[in-house]
Design a protein around this ligand. Structure first.
Ligand code: ZN
Ligand code: MN
Length: 146
């Protein structure tokens, strides 16, 4: 699932933050922009490394807290597929994930429609999020083993 990289304007990002009820600061706009344009499941450290040069005053704590804030408001999601590193996903369209145990890369997979529908079948329950985690060895790492 590789798509052409879309660029987001500051105005678009600001509008998205405000629509979700989040006050749009320069740093929040930059962090949301990075997440939207890099849906490669970065950890907070990766986001920090990418933006710290542009924002001298940025701290890792601010990045982490901002990511958590964006998750709370449904603008990005948090993946717990890796039990050591929390990573984040700027693509909030419903999809599943595959983590390679060798290279630790996380790949997007299609979410089976049956899973998404099954989650909605509990009467009276409101589903906010469905995660499906698949683990194994990716195609690249598996080449040596065939
Ligand atoms: Zn791999
Ligand atoms: Mn993803």
């Amino acid at each position: 699932m590789k798509e052409a990289k879309k660029r987001y304007t500051k105005a678009e990002l600001k509008a998205e933050l405000e629509a979700a009820g989040v006050r749009a600061t320069v740093q929040r706009i930059a962090i949301l922009g990075f997440m939207r344009e890099n849906p490669v499941h970065p950890t907070a450290d990766v986001v920090y490394d990418a933006l710290c040069e542009e924002f001298g005053s940025l701290s890792l704590t601010t990045v982490y807290n901002t990511l958590k804030l964006l998750v709370e408001h449904g603008l990005i999601s948090m993946l717990t597929i890796d039990d050591v590193f929390r990573c984040f996903d700027g693509n909030v369209a419903m999809h599943a994930h595959f983590m390679c145990k060798e290279c630790k890369k996380i790949f997007d997979m299609e979410m089976p429609r049956e899973v998404a529908e099954f989650a909605q079948t509990m009467d009276g329950f409101k589903v906010d999020e469905v995660q499906l985690y698949v683990k194994g060895i990716c195609k690249n790492c598996n080449i040596d083993k065939r």
